[in-house]
Design a protein around this ligand. Structure first.
Ligand code: 5GP
Ligand code: ZN
Length: 122
């Protein structure tokens, strides 16, 4: 499993390790997905690499396959979790990066938000 460089102080590394409970959406060797604890929308889950990458700012060429896998999972998991089909349905994909980008948890994550409006936020 690709958790070699897990950060012991990282809340999402603890979620991957099962040390903090979460509502799991998906898991494979490289990727974990779980429902956001404070959903903005009827569907709101996070997709994260198991490896502790702090943000998009640290992504490089070696991460191409990992990021490609995550992007491929977005439409599949969105529909499985109840987002309605494109184009009437759809979803929002968001990755906050750094302080000015509004990032609060410094383990790379992709928000997938969808479902009927109005949403709580966004
Ligand atoms: P950011 O602002 O960093 O893009 O988003 C972090 C997200 O993680 C927030 O939407 C927040 O609700 C979610 N979050 C923070 N702590 C936890 C937690 O312990 N469990 C779950 N499921 N989500 C969390
Ligand atoms: Zn982490």
């Amino acid at each position: 499993m690709s958790t070699l460089n897990a950060d012991p102080n990282c809340i999402f590394c603890k979620i991957i390790a099962g040390q903090i409970p979460s509502r799991k959406v998906y898991e494979d060797d490289d990727v974990f997905a779980f429902h956001d604890i404070h959903p903005w929308a009827p569907v709101h889950f996070l997709i994260i690499p198991k490896r502790h990458i702090p943000s998009m700012a640290q992504v490089g060429a070696a991460d191409q396959a990992l990021l490609g896998k995550i992007m491929m999972l977005v439409p599949q998991l969105a529909l499985e979790q109840g987002c309605e089909p494109y184009p009437q349905g759809g979803y929002r994909l968001v990755t906050n990066t750094g302080e000015q980008g509004g990032q609060e948890v410094h383990h790379l994550h992709f928000h997938v938000m969808g479902g009927p409006r109005p949403w709580l936020r966004g």
